[in-house]
Structure formats: C-alpha cells, structure tokens
Design a protein around this ligand. Structure first.
Ligand SMILES: Cc1cc2nc3c(=O)[nH]c(=O)nc-3n(C[C@H](O)[C@H](O)[C@H](O)COP(=O)(O)OP(=O)(O)OC[C@H]3O[C@@H](n4cnc5c(N)ncnc54)[C@H](O)[C@@H]3O)c2cc1C
Length: 495
C-alpha cells in the first residue's frame, strides 16, 4: 500500500460506489467489508490511519465484564462472538490474556465468580480458558505484586488482547489487497448535493500537497468518531449532536508492577468504574478514566486529576506502588458515545454503536467498540447497499483472514534501541508499504515506541528522521521540521 500509487489511482478515478470518511477502526472495518463485496471503495483519513482513538484503546478484544453488571447482555454477546472471529482471523495480533480479580472479602469473591460464570456461558466457546476461583497462594503466584494484606484469593478469567494500530494497519492492507483505495493525510472538507438534496460527492484536501479532489459517490459513510458532528454539520446544521464525548487515559509503567503474565481487573474504583492493569508488549498499561468533554481534539492531553486517580487506585492493589516517576508514557483516547439519554453520565452510557442516516442520505456511525469493528462494518454496508443501486452480496469478513504487514520483516536485524525493537529496514518498509510519512507515524502506530517509552522515543527521533530523509530524499530542513513537530507530539505523552 503506497500513498503515491494510491493518489495516481485517484487521479484516474473520481467516482466510487462507497466513500468512507475516517481511517480508524470503524472506517477501516467498513472499507474491508465493502471491498470484499466487490464495491469500488475509497477511504479518506485526515491524519494517519488510527491516529485518533483507534491507537489509544486499552487493547482488549473483549465482551466487557462490566457491561454484564449493567445488564447489557446483547453488547456482551456480540462482542464475545467477535472476539472468537478476530482470534481466528488475526492470530498474529490477538492473544489470550488472563486477569485476576483480587478479593479481600468472601461475599464479593462469590459474587464475581457468578458474574464470570455468566461471562463464560455467554461466550459459549471452547477457545478461551474458563474462569475459576483461586486461593491467595495461587493469586500471588499469578500476580506476585498484588497487595497481600487480607487477600483471600480472587477469580481468574480470560479475554483477548491485541495491538490496536497494528490491527488497523493490517485491516487497511487487507482492504487494499481487495482493491480498496485508502489515503491518509486527506481531509474531507465539504459535500455536494444533487437537485433532490441528496449527498452525491465530496471535496477532499490532500494536506501534504494542498491539492483539492472532487469525488462522486453512490454512498458516503461518516466514520469520524468524536469528529462525527463536524462532518454531519457539513451535511446539515439542523442535525442535533447524537454523541457525548469523554476521554480515557492510560499510564504505561514497568512490567515489575505486575511481575507476571496475568493482568489485574479492579472491579470498583473510587468513582465506581473498573481499572485494568494489563501486560502489553513488555510493559504494563494502567487505565482508564472517564472524563466528560465539550470538544474533540486529535491531540488530547491527560489531566493531573486523571493521572492521580489511576495511580491512587492502582496503589490500593499493589505491594510495589507506582509513582509519577515510574510513568514511561501516557496516552489519551476520546470516546464518542451514542447519547441515548442526556441525563446519563458518560460512564453509564452504552458502548453500543448506532447507524444514523440523514435526510440527504449521509450515513454516520457513532459509538461502538474496537472489538466490534467487523460487525459494525457489516451492518453499515448492509444498510448502505440496501439504499443504493448495487447488487447486494453478503458480507464475507466473518471468514476472512487479516493480512500480517510485518510478515516479511527480518526481526534478527539489530534494533536501533535496546528497550524495544525498531530497525532501519523496518522504517523503510513502513514508508514504502504502509504509507508512513512522518516520525510520529513510525514511532506511534507502525511501531508502538512512543506508547511504550516516551523518553527513549525522543532519544531515537534524530536517527529515525535521518533514515526517513535518506529514503524520501529530504534535506536537513525537513529533518528539523520533523523533529520540532515530533517534540510537540511527545509533550502529550509525558507527564
Ligand atoms: C480510553 C479508551 C479505551 C478503549 N478501550 C477499548 C478496548 O480495550 N477494546 C475495545 O473494543 N474498544 C475500546 N475502546 C473503544 C475503541 O477504541 C473505539 O470504539 C474505536 O477506536 C473508535 O474508532 P473510530 O474509527 O470510530 O474512531 P477514530 O479511531 O477516532 O477514527 C476517526 C478518524 O476520523 C478521522 N477524521 C476526522 N475528521 C476527518 C475529516 N474531515 N476527513 C477525514 N478523516 C477525518 C480522524 O482523523 C480519525 O482518524 C476504547 C476507547 C477509549 C477512549
């Protein structure tokens, strides 16, 4: 998948069956579903693929244990089914992970046991290990850093985890292999309508070359997550905002804070949410929070209150207690939640998705979970293809293998860092085949260096910039601009 080649394809074709706005989990899922149904498909992403929320999740492919307590059985059932589909179709990116719910009270131990029996029952499969009750010795052997005083063991259960932006890239590659055209750094600016008032095309700006493209489409699908409202406003100002925004942060700390392969699920934090400590790519993720917001941003920042909240709640359950100085990186994601009831707080709103069709035919997808990206794509395309004059074929993604963009990388080449793997040939591969065009694309989403260790990423940036400049035939001014912009971005990952 090469940006210059895809721009050439766009020069030769300006009419598509389906045009998708937004290259996060939702947009990529729609692109893959549409392309494998043999529609002509164009996906336009304003920044980089998965630059928004889709690189900033808790990295779990899960039914969501906490939604059971809220009685959202349909969401849990759908997501657990999708968990199996992803495990089967993307085994290179999805793995089982065990969690301990530590307990310090016998009644709660049996309460959680019952809840997780129900979770096993709803999942109804044999792929993932079943939940079980454990005594304090086993709990300590699974998570050696768990707080020991009054521990009476806990309940162990299993879910799946993944690498979110790598999954996004691999879905993009799979869609591209099925003839979808995907272009990053291309911002949708406006729509045009026919004399019946239907949306029949759009104008998009290539933010690298400043060239404007006018594109016609039988169906346009708005998958811009927290930015959905701004796209809906380009269609009509009369549409009321269907979403509530909230942000969630994660802290990345050393693996010694779990000291094993199991994660912890804290079922009730001081604000009544849950908290995860999850082993991920050799480090530990602690999160998350739920802070309501008025406006979306592509560069959200953590607040001190959120950082303190996570540290304080994690410390209650850990013997070795994480401090601010232990934080290697912080990352922030924004939720777009379907606003079913204005009075409900964001933490209590359902994570189900909603498909909205405007009077002029624009389809917008709001809410949802990474776990359900495939199902969302299928449902959106079922609706789209019913609306337009195209022979309807069934979705094929349930049994479609997701490509592995890293399959040809030689991981025996020496890494540029001793803390995580990143090599020269990998960087060149990302430029040539995965549309990486700046340092952030390489360090945040093709590799996950910035998410794993902010300081080490800052140290490495000049080397990465030099390798990129050589490959792209850029001069020292380009390198300097890149380093300045990357420094601005790293400030968002530091505390
Ligand atoms: C803190 C947190 C933790 C989460 N953890 C999990 C989890 O563990 N498991 C799970 O299943 N789900 C999780 N989720 C939910 C999941 O991450 C989201 O549902 C999903 O990533 C949303 O994807 P999206 O494509 O809708 O939005 P985004 O990923 O935000 O994508 C929208 C894209 O639209 C682009 N865009 C905006 N305007 C334009 C324009 N004018 N032109 C072109 N493109 C445009 C943006 O640049 C962006 O890339 C979590 C969410 C949060 C916030």
């Amino acid at each position: 998948m090469n940006r210059i080649n895809n721009l050439k394809l766009l020069d030769n074709q300006n009419t598509f069956d389906i045009v998708i706005i937004g290259g996060g989990a939702t947009g990529l899922g729609c692109a893959l579903d549409a392309a494998t149904r043999r529609c002509s498909v164009l996906l336009l992403e304003k920044f980089d693929f998965c630059k928004g929320t889709s690189s900033r999740s808790t990295k779990l492919i899960h039914g969501g244990v906490r939604y059971l307590e809220k009685g959202q059985f349909r969401l849990v059932y759908q997501a657990l089914k999708e968990r199996d589909v992803l495990f089967k179709n993307a085994p290179h990116l999805v793995n089982q992970v065990g969690f301990l719910i530590p307990t310090y009270n016998y009644l709660l131990k049996f309460y959680y046991r019952l809840g997780l029996k129900l979770y096993d029952f709803i999942s109804g499969n044999k792929i993932f290990s079943k939940s079980r009750i454990v005594g304090s010795d086993e709990a300590l052997s699974l998570v050696p850093n768990i707080k020991k005083e009054n521990l009476n063991g806990g309940v162990v259960y299993y879910d799946a985890q993944f690498n979110d932006s790598r999954m996004g890239m691999d879905i993009a590659l799979t869609a591209s292999a099925n003839d979808a055209i995907l272009i990053n750094y291309m911002s949708v600016e406006s729509f045009f309508k026919n004399n019946k008032g239907n949306v029949v095309g759009l104008q998009a700006l290539d933010t690298i070359s400043n060239k404007l493209y006018k594109i016609s489409a039988k169906q346009i699908i708005n998958c811009t997550g927290v930015f959905s409202q701004s796209i809906m406003n380009k269609d009509s100002f009369k549409l009321k905002s269907p979403i509530k925004l909230s942000q969630g942060i994660h802290l990345v700390v050393d693996k010694k804070f779990l000291n094993g392969d199991f994660g912890i699920l804290v079922p009730k934090t001081s604000d009544g949410r849950i908290l995860f400590a999850v082993p991920w790519l050799g480090e530990v993720l602690l999160g998350t929070t739920d802070l309501e917001l008025d406006k979306p941003s592509i560069d959200p920042k953590p607040t001190n209150g959120e950082i303190d909240f996570i540290l304080e709640n994690a410390r209650k359950y850990m013997s070795l207690k994480p401090e601010r100085k232990d934080i290697k990186s912080v990352f922030v994601g924004l939720r777009s939640l379907f606003l079913s009831n204005k009075k409900v707080k964001s933490k209590d709103l359902s994570r189900e998705h909603k498909i909205i069709v405007s009077n002029s035919g624009l389809i917008s997808v709001v809410g949802g979970k990474w776990t359900n990206y495939r199902l969302m794509g299928k449902e959106v395309l079922d609706k789209s293809l019913n609306n337009i004059d195209i022979n309807f074929t069934e979705s094929k993604t349930e049994n479609l293998k997701i490509e592995n963009g890293l399959r040809n990388i030689d991981f025996t080449e020496k890494s540029l860092s001793s803390l995580f793997y990143i090599s020269k040939s990998q960087i060149i591969h990302f430029i040539r085949n995965e549309m990486a065009i700046n340092i952030d694309d390489i360090m945040s989403r093709r590799t996950r260096c910035l998410f794993l260790n902010c300081q080490e990423s800052i140290n490495l940036a000049p080397k990465v910039a030099k390798i990129m400049a050589d490959e792209l035939s850029k001069d020292d001014d380009w390198i300097n601009e890149q380093l300045i912009e990357f420094k601005r971005i790293t400030n968002l990952y530091k505390i």
